[in-house]
Design a protein around this ligand. Structure first.
Ligand code: HEM
Length: 457
């Protein structure tokens, strides 16, 4: 018996590793698009790791501090401690610039991979019975991830980012009845006060990451319990035992350990390599150029990050005359554009598994080309978000087309309303939705019935 066997036996006698082995044999469908969720997972891990490094040097305070560092233009100047510390991280802390960039690009890849993962789940109908709860947990994760990015954006306290973050303050303040209280809780008083940065820092490094970690644990626990969906099988699967093509009670795929673990390791290192490459070559938000927050001035161009641009677009499109009073409560255009409309979008996404519902359990992924109306709604939704994002960039667009933003607004409203309808109908038509004999979903929606639990398999 080798030494390794001895060590294994020692642990086995203490922890009963034999039982864990059947768990580690959990089957993973060998579908590349299923790896998008893993990319998001790895990005979260890398965000925590790089954020921990930054936490050792970042100062969550706006107290005036004298800058002593490599950036000559600020040498000896008194500036907010938060801004000074990020300058130091970027130019004086060894590896600081690399890790700051890594954190930045990991945040962007995190949100991009979440969005793509969500689209994969949407277009393959993987949200249907019994996975509606995990769709809702996932949506919570998407919202929290945007919250993490938003609060992180504010931390360097430079002129550009803090002005953009101020938009969020005004939107919070515009909430009927609770606005003032909520903005006090979220921003520590009027924006920016001396409590704003410590408050947003607390959200960014404690509250939101813990909430994400908690929801991730729930997301993964539900996944392990319900198992993945699986691509429809063309024919019976031959293995240790034969599995019928339409038998949804048995999942066919790679065992978690060692096969899927090896695939996941490759995905992890590819994620790390991509982020290293981006961090090595692409600079991030240049705070030395923008300078520290200056309440007396407003930068010419204010824009949020790309993933919040659609919400910013709503803010730009809702005209001020749309404000109204109801039962003595004021509903401002800012509230309608900044919170009500994005809230409705989130609400519709949350309700979607109950709109395209299925009374029977579905364990096989659907082919989007065989689901004309669902795919059309998805395409219309993507177009809507993209059009609203273009509206958020109206200032840039007005420069390009040589029109004022006010003159541009009716066209942008037309784009946001018209383009999704057009794309939705076109998708529906191309997929044969108007035909007399609508396509069926074939084996893709075969009822899986009760799936076996791990120990039954
Ligand atoms: C922090 C964000 C998220 C992470 C790290 C994450 C991670 C994962 C992973 C690793 C899987 C298994 C592999 C896969 O199917 O891709 C999964 C499955 C799933 N996720 Fe997410 N997810 C996140 C957000 C979301 C969002 C935003 C949604 C939808 C609104 C969602 C809905 C689902 C569903 C329904 C499944 C089961 C899919 C199936 O069985 O085919 N997740 N997630």
């Amino acid at each position: 018996m080798s030494r390794i066997d001895d060590i294994y036996d020692w642990f086995d006698s203490r922890f009963g590793l034999g039982a864990a082995q059947s768990f580690l044999g959990k089957a993973f469908p060998a579908e590349d698009s299923f790896l998008l969720g893993e990319v998001a997972l790895f990005c979260f891990g890398l965000l925590v790791a790089s954020g921990t490094f930054l936490g050792f040097f970042y100062e969550p305070s706006t107290t005036a501090t004298q800058y002593q560092g490599s950036v000559m233009q600020y040498q000896g100047e008194e500036m907010p401690a938060a801004f000074v510390s990020v300058l130091q991280i970027t130019y004086d802390v060894p590896f600081g610039m690399l890790i700051r960039r890594m954190h930045h690009w990991a945040a962007h890849l995190f949100i991009a991979s979440i969005a793509l993962h969500m689209l994969r789940v949407f277009f393959t109908g993987a949200y249907r019975n019994p996975r509606e709860p995990n769709w809702l947990v996932g949506l919570g994760l998407a919202g929290l991830s945007m919250g993490a990015a938003y609060t992180g954006y504010s931390l360097p306290f430079d002129e550009f980012a803090s002005t953009a973050v101020g938009i969020g303050y005004n939107v919070t303040l515009s909430i009927p009845i609770f606005g003032e209280w909520l903005s006090n809780v979220a921003f520590g008083g009027s924006f920016p006060s001396s409590s704003t940065i410590p408050r947003l820092y607390f959200f960014h490094v404690v509250l939101i990451p813990l909430a994400i970690a908690g929801l991730l644990a729930v997301h993964m626990a539900i996944l392990v319990r319900q198992k993945h969906t699986e691509a429809a099988r063309d024919e019976d699967v031959q293995g240790r035992e034969t599995v019928d093509a339409d038998d949804g009670t048995v999942i066919v795929g790679l065992p978690a350990v060692p096969n899927q673990a090896a695939v996941s390791a490759v995905v992890f290192f590819l994620t790390l390599a991509t982020l290293s490459l981006l961090s090595g070559f692409l600079p991030v938000h240049n705070i030395a150029e923008y300078g520290p927050n200056n309440p007396a001035s407003t930068p010419e161009l204010i824009m949020p990050d790309w993933f919040l641009m659609w919400g910013y677009g709503f803010l730009k499109l809702v005209p001020s005359w749309l404000s109204f009073d109801l039962l003595g409560i004021h509903f401002s255009a800012e509230f309608i554009g900044g919170l009500l409309l994005p809230g409705i979008v989130f609400g519709v996404v949350a309700l979607w598994p109950f709109i395209d519902s299925s009374s029977e359990q579905v364990h096989f992924t659907a082919d989007p080309t065989e689901r004309p109306w669902q795919t059309a709604v998805g395409m219309a939704g993507i177009t809507f978000i993209m059009a609203a994002s273009i509206a958020g960039m109206d200032v840039v667009l007005s420069d390009v087309v040589g029109m004022s933003t006010a003159a541009l607004r009716p066209y942008l409203i037309g784009l946001v309303v018209g383009a999704p309808v057009l794309i939705g109908f076109a998708t529906f038509a191309v997929l044969g939705g108007f035909g007399s004999d609508p396509p069926t979903e074939g084996t893709a929606t075969t009822d899986g019935g009760e799936r076996k639990t791990e120990d039954e398999e």
